[in-house]
Design a protein. Structure first.
Length: 256
C-alpha cells in the first residue's frame, strides 16, 4: 500500500514549495489533501486518515497544535510532522523525538532526514502519550508570543442599517459565500470578514470553531447532543437556532 500524506500550511507559496520538495525527496508518497487552515486540515485528516500529516504550527483558527491534539480521536495512527519558523520554544520539546519537525525555510537535506524516520514509523502506530506531552510543552511555549487583544465589538449589516454588536452577544458565526452571518438574540447580521480571519481575532477561550464554516460562543450554548454519525447538534440559550458540530471537532466538548 502506498504511504499517504496531507500538508497544512496557510501560506500558499510555502505550501507549494513543501509539496514540490516532497515530490522530489519522496516520489512514491501519495498526497491526499492540502489545507490552508487548521479546520480544513482536521476535517481532511478525519476523512482521509493519512499516514503522515505535515502541520504548520501557526495557522488561522485551529493551530497545528490544536489539530494534532485532536488526532488521538480522529486519526490516531497518523504520524505528525510540525512545520515551524519559531524555534525559540520548539527545539527543546522536539528533542524528545516523539514527533518530527521541520524548520522554515525547509532544506531538501533536512526533509530527507525526516522522510527516512517517517518511513520507519508509518504502520507501527503513534505514541499518543508522548505526543500529548509534546503538544502541552509546545502550547506552553507558544504563550510566550506577544499577547493580542480579542475583539469586543463588531459593526455588522442588518438590512439597510449598520449595527454595533458586542461580541459576547453573538451566539455563532457561519460562513455564507463572501459573507459571515452572525446569530444574536435580535436576529441575524452580516459582515464581510471571512471565518479564517475572524477566528484569529476572537477570544480563543470563549469562541471555538466546530466546522470549517462555523464558530460558536461557548457561553451561548444551552445543550449539545451527539447523533449516530458522531456529529453534534448545538442548541443555544435563545431562539430556535442550532448548528451542527463536525465529527472531528467533537473532542472540544468531551468534558461538557
Amino acid at each position: 500500500m502506498p504511504i499517504t500524506a496531507m500538508v497544512a500550511e496557510d501560506e500558499q507559496l510555502l505550501r507549494t514549495d513543501l509539496v514540490n520538495a516532497l515530490a522530489q525527496v519522496w516520489p512514491e508518497l501519495v498526497l491526499v489533501a492540502e489545507a490552508e487552515d487548521g479546520a480544513t486540515a482536521l476535517e481532511s485528516i478525519a476523512a482521509h486518515k493519512p499516514d503522515v500529516a505535515f502541520l504548520d504550527i501557526r495557522m488561522p483558527g485551529l493551530t497545528g497544535l490544536d489539530v494534532a491534539a485532536a488526532l488521538a480521536d480522529t486519526s490516531p495512527c497518523t504520524q505528525i510532522v510540525f512545520v515551524t519558523a519559531y524555534d525559540q520554544y520548539a527545539i527543546d520539546a522536539f528533542k524528545q523525538g516523539a514527533v518530527d519537525y521541520l524548520m522554515k525555510p525547509i532544506s531538501n537535506d533536512r526533509l530527507a532526514e525526516t522522510v527516512g524516520r517517517l518511513k520507519s514509523r508509518v504502520g507501527v502506530g503513534s505514541n499518543t502519550l508522548q505526543v500529548a506531552e509534546l503538544i502541552r510543552q509546545l502550547a506552553g511555549g507558544a504563550q510566550l508570543a506577544a499577547p493580542r487583544t480579542p475583539l469586543t465589538w463588531i459593526t455588522a449589516s442588518a438590512g439597510r442599517e449598520s449595527r454595533l454588536i458586542m461580541v459576547d452577544d453573538i451566539a455563532c458565526f457561519q460562513a455564507d459565500n463572501k459573507y459571515t452571518v452572525l446569530m444574536t438574540a435580535e436576529g441575524e447580521a452580516l459582515i464581510k470578514k471571512p471565518i479564517k480571519e475572524l477566528i484569529a481575532e476572537l477570544d480563543e477561550g470563549q469562541f471555538k470553531q466546530v466546522h470549517r464554516s462555523t464558530i460558536v460562543n461557548l457561553r451561548a450554548i444551552k445543550s449539545i447532543a451527539r447523533d449516530d454519525t458522531g456529529r453534534g447538534l448545538i442548541k443555544f440559550k435563545f431562539g430556535t437556532g442550532s448548528v451542527t458540530v463536525s465529527q472531528p471537532f467533537m473532542h472540544l466538548f468531551r468534558n461538557m
